[in-house]
Design a binder for this molecule. Structure first.
Ligand SMILES: [Zn+2]
Length: 151
């Protein structure tokens, strides 16, 4: 019983960490890196292929993939990416045209991630939590549909 609880807790922490990482990339406006990550980790394209396709440096893609799979086991990362992708892609970047929309600080796109990670941690957490809640609702709805279906 206790072991099952601990496993559940660990899974929840891993899930949160993955969603926060994906949310940070999206808030920083790095859909290019996100799409390259998807092709690499979910569609099993090679890092060279995926990085070339999305105009991302191969080293950058590899380091992002490494950070992601260090947060959770690879099968969980892949499963979450598949489930959450439409929601991740809907996230509006907060750094655009050289400015942070929240605190109005001038920020170069290359520095968007550290800026958001340091100054807007609460927004990362909030965004990840919203995605998590939406995923939970989706799963509930699917289960309800299944229960309704004859046989
Ligand atoms: Zn800011």
């Amino acid at each position: 019983m206790q072991l099952a609880d601990e496993r559940k807790k660990r899974l929840a922490e891993e899930r949160r960490a993955v969603l926060e990482y994906l949310a940070l990339k999206a808030l920083a406006g790095r859909k290019d890196v996100l799409n390259a990550l998807y092709d690499y980790l979910v569609n099993n394209e090679s890092p060279s292929q995926a990085s070339l396709k999305h105009g991302v440096q191969k080293a950058q893609l590899k380091s992002a993939a490494y950070q992601l799979v260090s947060k959770a086991r690879a099968p969980l990362v892949v499963k979450l990416m598949k489930l959450a992708w439409p929601l991740i892609m809907e996230i509006e970047p907060i750094v655009e045209d050289g400015y942070c929309k929240i605190c109005k600080a001038p920020i170069h796109t290359n520095h968007a991630e550290p800026h958001i990670a340091v100054k807007h941690q609460d927004l990362i957490k909030k965004t990840a939590l919203e995605i998590e809640n939406k995923l939970r609702e989706q799963i509930k709805r699917k289960k309800a549909l299944k229960a309704q279906a004859p046989n």
